[in-house]
Design a protein around this ligand. Sequence first.
Ligand SMILES: Cc1cc2nc3c(=O)[nH]c(=O)nc-3n(C[C@H](O)[C@H](O)[C@H](O)COP(=O)(O)OP(=O)(O)OC[C@H]3O[C@@H](n4cnc5c(N)ncnc54)[C@H](O)[C@@H]3O)c2cc1C
Length: 448
Amino acid sequence: MNKYDAIIIGAGLAGLGAGIRLAHYGLKVCICERHSRIGGMNSYYHRQGMLLETGLHAMTNLARPGDPKSRPLLKMLRQLRLTLEQLKVREQHHSLIRFPERTLRFDNDFATFEASVADCFPAEIDGFRRLDRMLEEFNEVNLNNHFASARSLIGRFIKDPLLTDMLLCPTCYYGSALEDDMDFSQFAILYKSVIRQGLFRPGDGIKGWLDLLLNRYQESGGELRLNCGVSRILSKDGQVTGVLTDAGEVLSTAKVLSSAGLPETQELGELPGDARFGRVAFFESTHVFKELSESEETIVFFCNTERLTYRRPEPAVDVDSGILCYPHHFKFEPGDFRPPPTIKTSVLANPARFPAEKAAAMAEVEALTVRMTGADPGNAIFRDACTPQTIVRYTGRKEGAIYGSPDKCLTGKTALQGLYVCGIDQGFLGITGATLSGISMANLHLLL
Ligand SMILES: Cc1cc2nc3c(=O)[nH]c(=O)nc-3n(C[C@H](O)[C@H](O)[C@H](O)COP(=O)(O)OP(=O)(O)OC[C@H]3O[C@@H](n4cnc5c(N)ncnc54)[C@H](O)[C@@H]3O)c2cc1C
């Protein structure tokens, strides 16, 4: 009963993507999830009769019918045996990168961004086009890529540090585990995912998408154990033999795929680990309003100081830069799940200050939200906060490191035979990236 071909740790998007692949191929697979609900960082909860989403601002890597099959989103869907119609792609209106002196605009047509760069930085447009061409040819998903500083490589093409900061603002905020910089491969992935390909939402929201994934997994024969944390990965003579659950049960297997994070997985396997725990943590406020005056922006990546600082702040939160998201500003269609009028504000946070300073942090972020959007706080019918502690509680990632360890494990291999890593610490993050990571690690290591 307790013997499996493969065990997956975590029912976030990476774990679900991997599980679906293995179940499709007839493996006896079990996903062990510590929580009572699937989705990991991307999940949902109910309050005051409303369904509220965690994590989801927008999905990246937009693809439309007829796009080349090599598009990451189409690859992901093909591997899951799902379609664009089932995902119900609802595109963004437009988004901004807003700094004190300049604002760049982008939507799902790259020409908009290119024209905006030409308009705001006429002296840099040739360099920007060269950078874009170089990125187009760069293979960011090559598992043999080594670390290179995005900031210094961008600097070879762009002379104005303001434009470099404006390119790093959305890419760091959507996926850098490194402070004040990012790995160039990560930059290339995020630039292509967010700026080149674009943003959208699933028409049925994150719950609809998770339901579809779970259904696909279970109808293919996959087993899901909720409230089933893994407290140890068992091994003998350097080979995985199974896992020990928090309840003390032993599940036997020769193959474990972990989406728990690289340093966390090294701890579970009692491996000599050198992967660092990440330092980048966020505070995200959610305000639901009775009504909000209409604007067409979907997401605003902002920096209110001259230069971008992307590092753990000394105080509880750093309100100098961050993300404003309007999850109800997408091109919805009748019958869709449409979030209520909502503003989500995400800023950098210091995990050591929580929970003691949660209320003060919320007041500071609410004041920022009001200042930047003109929203009337008196109109708010619900407010909530996702702190670094929330991330620890719901994902097990130490200190709420939202993008995991700065040390990625691109091959997915560990020091133990049969133990592999997928998800954000394998190197691909976000909803589409994490799912693709699970799929590709399952294909590479478990479907031999
Ligand atoms: C506030 C916020 C906003 C975001 N916005 C976006 C967005 O707009 N667009 C986007 O694409 N991405 C967004 N992301 C990022 C995205 O959510 C993640 O990159 C992605 O979901 C990571 O998936 P994962 O499966 O790798 O990890 P996780 O979601 O962390 O899943 C790991 C799972 O493993 C489980 N687990 C861990 N340890 C154990 C254990 N020992 N035993 C059993 N189970 C265990 C956890 O409970 C969890 O369910 C956001 C994230 C946050 C927090």
